[in-house]
Design a protein around this ligand. Structure first.
Ligand SMILES: Nc1ncnc2c1ncn2[C@@H]1O[C@H](COP(=O)(O)OP(=O)(O)OP(=O)(O)O)[C@@H](O)[C@H]1O
Length: 760
C-alpha cells in the first residue's frame, strides 16, 4: 500500500513540514547568534589587554561557546534532510499526559520551551523506542522512574526532507527497518545505526559510565559501532561534567581510524580523541619512536613455508612475546624500579660545612615512605622543598652557634692567657675563622640544595629500559619467571631492536610504566573515559598499565576472543582481565547476535571456529538474513585460481556489489596473487596497513589486516591444506577472513582444502 493511503499520512506529512519549517527558522536564529559571537571574539582578540581579567573571562567563555555553536549549526544543517527517524506515543500513568515523541539525532525545543519538537536519541525518554514494547513501559530519568503506556511505535524513512515511508512496529528487533539497513551495500566508512540499535546493544551504549565494562561481541556484532555510539551517549549524558576531549577511543591502526572516522561526526560529536595505542604511548612517553611493524612478527609466525630452525625460532618468539606482555613482566619491571629507586638518592647527608641538616636516613625515609605514591622525580621535588625549609630553619642557628663558639673561645683565651701578642693573634685567628665559616655558609647555602639535588641524575625512560634489557640485571630478575634459553633469546632480540633504533609493541607498556614511575604522566592528557576496540589483541600488561596510570578514568573494553589473532600477546579470557586488571569490579556483557553477514556465511564461519573447542569462543548468532551459500572452489593451482577470481571480480557490478576483498593468509601470498592478477589485466591494490585511508572498491588484503573491515563480497584466495593448519592462530585467521563479507563468500583452494572446510 502506498503511504499516501495510510490514515495518518496527512498528520505525518504535516508534522514533517512543521518540523522542517521550524528547523529553518531555528537555523537562521543560530546563524545570527554565531555571527554575533564571532564578532565579539574577533573584537576581544584584536583589543586584548592582559590587564583586563573580565575581558579574558569573556573571551574564554565566548570561544568555548563559539565551538559548540558551530557544532550545533552543523547538526541542524544535517537534520534538514532527516530530522527524525521514529515516533513513540506515550501516555504517562501519573499525569495521563499523552505525548508524541519524535526521535532524531538532535533535540529541538519549541520557542516557548514547552514542547520538544525532536527528542535526541540519547535522551532518557528515547529509551522507550529502543527497549519498550507496545503497552506497559517505563523509562528512568533524573526525576525517577516514569511508568506509562506505549500506544504507538513508528519508524520513518525520510530522505532529503521527503517522507518516503513509515511503518508501525512493536519491538525494535529484526524489523523491516533493520533488514533494509543490513541488506544495503558496504561503504568505505562505518555508519551510524541510531534508528536500528538493538536491545542488547542499547544496554551497552547506556551502561553506567563508572563501572568498567567489558564486551565480548561476536564478529559483526556491532562492537565498533556500539563503542562510538556509547561515546556519543556519554558525551550527551555527562555534558555538564566532561568535554568531548575527555573521551578517547583506541583502535588498532590508522586505516581503521579512517574507516570509523565518519560515525562520531554523523552523531553530531566532534573533538573525541581517536588514536592508536602506539600514538597514545608516544604521547604518554613524550617521545617519538620507530615501531617495528607488529604484523611482521605475525607474518613470521604464520608463514607456512618453514624449516625446523624457523619453527623453533617461532616458538621462542611467541614465548618471548607472551612473557613481555604478561603481568609477570610487570612484576619484573616493578622489581627493577625498586632498584632504580634505591640508587637514585645520593647516599650522603645533606650538610653545610660540618653541620648535618638532614641525614641520609631521613631523606631516604621521605623518598621511600612519605612520598612513595608519587613518581620519583616528583618525590625529589618534595625533598627539595624539605631541604630548602631545613636550610632556612637551621642556617641562623648555625650562624649563631658559630658566633657563640667564637665568643666562648675569645672568653676562654682571655681567661686563660695573659694579654699578649700571642693571645691577640689567637683571638684574631678565632674571629677570622668564624668569619670565614660564616662567609662560606652564606655563599654555600645559596647553592647547597641545588648541589645536593644535582647528584640525583635520572636516566631517560628508554635508557633505563635499555639498561635492564641488555645487562646481567635482566638475567637476575627474569630467572624466577622464565628459563635461560628464553632469557638469552629476549636479550639478543632486544639488542637487535635497540641497534636498529626500533621498539616493538610489547616494549611500549614497560617503557610507559618506567616513565610513569620515574617522571609521572604528561599533564596535558585529560582523558576520563577510555574505549578500547579490538581489545582481544591488548595484553594484560597494556590494560593494567592504562588502568594504573589514568587513575580516575573509566573504561569500555570491546573485543572478540574468536578473532584474537595476536593471542600470544593478547587476551584469552575476559574473566582474567576482570580479575587482574579491575579486581572483579567490572561488568562483562555479551553481543551474541551478528548483524554483518548472512545466515549461510555465519554458519560456515561458526563451524570453523567451533573446531577449536574452546568454551571461551562463543559462536555468533546471525540475524535472519539469508543469502547465497558459501562456495568452496577447488582448483589445481594459483594460476587457475587467479583466472577465476578475475572473472568473478569483473562481474562485481553486475552482481550489484560495490566492494570486494581478496583475502590471502600472508602478505607474500598477496604480492604473488597481485602479480598474477596484473598479468591477467586486473590491477588491484594491496592493503599494507600503512595507508591512512581506505577508499573502498576492490582490494587484496592479508587476513590479519582485514580485521574490523567489511566488504560486500569476499574471496579467500587459498584455503588449502598446505596454506592453513588446524592451529589456533590459523583457524582464527580463517575465521576473521570468513566473517568480513556482508553478502557473498567464495573460498578457493589450490589442491586439497583444509579438512575442516570440507563440510561447509
Ligand atoms: N543495530 C544495528 N543496525 C544496523 N546495522 C548494524 C547494527 N549493529 C551492527 N550493524 C552493522 O553490522 C556491521 C558490523 O558492525 P561492526 O563492524 O561495528 O561490528 P564488530 O563487532 O566491530 O565486528 P568485527 O569484530 O567483526 O569487526 C556494520 O555494518 C554495522 O553497521
Amino acid at each position: 500500500m502506498s503511504i499516501s493511503n495510510h490514515p495518518d499520512y496527512s498528520e505525518e506529512l504535516q508534522r514533517l513540514n512543521f518540523t522542517l519549517d521550524y528547523l529553518k527558522k531555528y537555523h537562521s536564529y543560530i546563524l545570527k547568534e554565531k555571527e554575533r559571537i564571532d564578532r565579539e571574539v574577533d573584537y576581544n582578540t584584536k583589543h586584548f589587554s592582559s590587564d583586563n581579567s573580565q575581558q579574558y573571562i569573556d573571551l574564554m567563555i565566548n570561544t568555548t561557546f563559539q565551538s559548540s555553536i558551530s557544532q550545533r549549526l552543523v547538526n541542524i544543517e544535517k537534520a534538514h534532510s532527516k530530522p527524525y527517524f521514529a515516533r513513540v506515543d506515550f501516555t504517562e500513568d501519573k499525569t495521563g499526559k499523552y505525548e508524541k515523541i519524535y526521535i532524531g539525532k538532535l533535540s529541538l525545543m519549541s520557542e516557548d520551551q514547552k514542547e520538544l519538537i525532536i527528542v535526541d536519541w540519547r535522551a532518557p525518554i528515547a529509551n522507550l523506542y529502543y527497549e519498550g514494547r507496545l503497552g506497559e513501559a517505563n523509562y528512568i530519568c533524573p526525576e525517577g522512574k516514569i511508568d506509562g503506556q506505549i500506544n504507538l511505535k513508528r519508524q520513518h524513512t525520510i530522505e532529503e526532507g521527503i517522507l518516503k515511508e513509515f511503518f508501525d512496529i512493536d519491538i525494535t528487533t529484526n524489523d523491516e527497518f533493520l533488514q533494509a539497513y543490513l541488506g544495503a551495500n558496504a561503504d568505505s566508512r562505518l555508519k551510524d545505526i541510531v534508528s536500528t540499535i538493538q536491545v542488547e546493544q542499547n544496554r551497552i551504549i547506556r551502561a553506567d559510565m563508572w563501572k568498567p565494562l567489558i564486551v565480548q561481541g561476536a564478529a559483526g556484532g556491532g562492537k565498533t559501532t556500539i563503542a562510538l555510539h556509547r561515546i556519543a551517549y556519554l558525551i550527551y549524558t555527562y555534558e555538564k561534567s566532561f568535554k568531548p576531549e575527555n573521551f578517547m577511543i583506541i583502535a588498532p591502526n590508522r586505516l581503521f581510524l579512517n574507516y570509523i572516522s565518519e560515525v562520531l561526526p554523523e552523531l553530531g560529536v566532534d573533538r573525541v580523541k581517536q588514536i592508536t595505542f602506539e600514538d597514545f604511548a608516544s604521547e604518554l612517553l613524550e617521545m617519538r619512536f620507530n615501531l617495528k611493524d607488529p604484523n611482521e612478527k605475525l607474518s613470521a609466525i604464520i608463514n607456512s613455508r618453514q624449516t625446523d630452525e624457523d619453527i623453533k625460532r617461532k616458538h621462542l618468539m611467541m614465548k618471548a612475546s607472551r612473557f613481555k606482555s604478561s603481568l609477570d613482566f610487570k612484576k619484573l619491571i616493578d622489581d627493577y624500579m625498586r632498584i632504580v629507586e634505591d640508587e637514585l638518592i645520593p647516599q650522603e647527608d645533606f650538610k653545610i660545612e660540618d653541620f648535618v641538616l638532614l641525614t641520609y636516613d631521613e631523606i631516604r625515609r621521605l623518598f621511600l615512605k612519605e612520598y612513595k605514591d608519587l613518581p620519583m622525580m616528583k618525590r625529589v621535588n618534595e625533598i627539595k622543598k624539605h631541604l630548602n625549609n631545613r636550610l632556612k630553619l637551621k642556617k641562623d642557628s648555625i650562624l649563631s652557634k658559630l658566633q657563640q663558639d667564637c665568643d666562648r673561645r675569645i672568653m676562654s683565651l682571655k681567661l686563660e692567657m695573659p694579654d699578649s701578642e700571642e693571645r691577640h693573634r689567637l683571638i684574631v685567628e678565632a674571629i677570622d675563622t668564624k668569619n670565614k665559616h660564616i662567609t662560606n655558609i652564606n655563599s654555600y647555602s645559596k647553592k647547597a640544595v641545588k648541589e645536593y639535588i644535582s647528584k640525583i641524575s635520572p636516566l631517560k625512560p628508554l635508557e633505563y629500559y635499555k639498561r635492564l634489557m641488555t645487562t646481567e640485571l635482566f638475567d637476575k630478575l627474569a630467572e624466577k619467571y622464565i628459563d635461560k634459553e628464553l632469557i638469552a633469546f629476549i636479550k639478543s632480540n632486544q639488542l637487535e631492536l635497540f641497534n636498529s633504533k626500533l621498539l616493538e609493541i610489547e616494549d611500549l607498556a614497560p617503557l610507559t610504566a618506567i616513565k610513569y614511575l620515574v617522571y609521572g604522566l604528561n599533564e596535558k592528557i585529560q582523558v576520563k573515559h577510555i574505549v578500547i576496540d579490538e581489545a582481544q589483541d591488548f595484553s594484560l600488561y597494556q590494560l593494567y598499565l592504562l588502568k594504573q596510570i589514568i587513575k580516575d578514568s573509566s573504561f569500555t573494553i570491546l573485543g572478540d576472543l574468536s578473532q584474537g589473532i595476536h593471542s600470544y600477546r593478547g587476551t584469552k579470557d575476559w574473566n582474567e582481565v576482570g580479575e587482574l586488571v579491575f579486581g572483579n569490579n567490572c561488568r562483562l556483557l555479551f553481543l551474541e547476535q551478528s548483524y554483518r553477514t548472512t545466515v549461510e556465511i555465519m554458519e560456515a564461519a561458526n563451524k570453523v571456529i567451533k573446531s577449536l573447542e574452546d568454551p571461551n569462543l562463543i559462536p555468533a548468532k546471525p540475524v535472519i538474513r539469508h543469502g547465497e551459500k558459501v562456495e568452496l572452489i577447488i582448483k589445481n593451482d594459483m594460476n587457475e585460481i587467479a583466472r577465476d577470481i578475475k572473472e568473478k571480480l569483473d562481474k562485481l557490478e553486475e552482481m550489484g556489489y560495490k566492494s570486494a576483498a581478496v583475502i590471502c593468509k600472508t602478505m607474500d601470498e598477496c604480492i604473488e596473487l597481485r602479480t598474477m592478477l596484473k598479468g591477467l589485466g586486473k590491477d588491484i591494490p594491496i592493503i599494507s596497513g600503512n595507508e591512512k585511508e581506505y577508499k573502498g572498491g576492490i582490494i587484496i588484503v592479508p587476513s590479519y589486516l582485514s580485521k574490523g573491515l567489511e566488504f560486500d563480497l569476499v574471496i579467500i584466495a587459498n584455503a588449502s591444506k598446505k596454506t592453513y593448519t588446524n592451529s589456533e592462530l590459523d583457524v582464527k585467521l580463517l575465521y576473521v577472513a570468513m566473517t568480513r563479507p556482508l553478502h557473498r563468500l567464495y573460498i578457493y583452494s589450490a589442491g586439497e582444502p583444509l579438512e575442516l572446510l570440507k563440510n561447509i
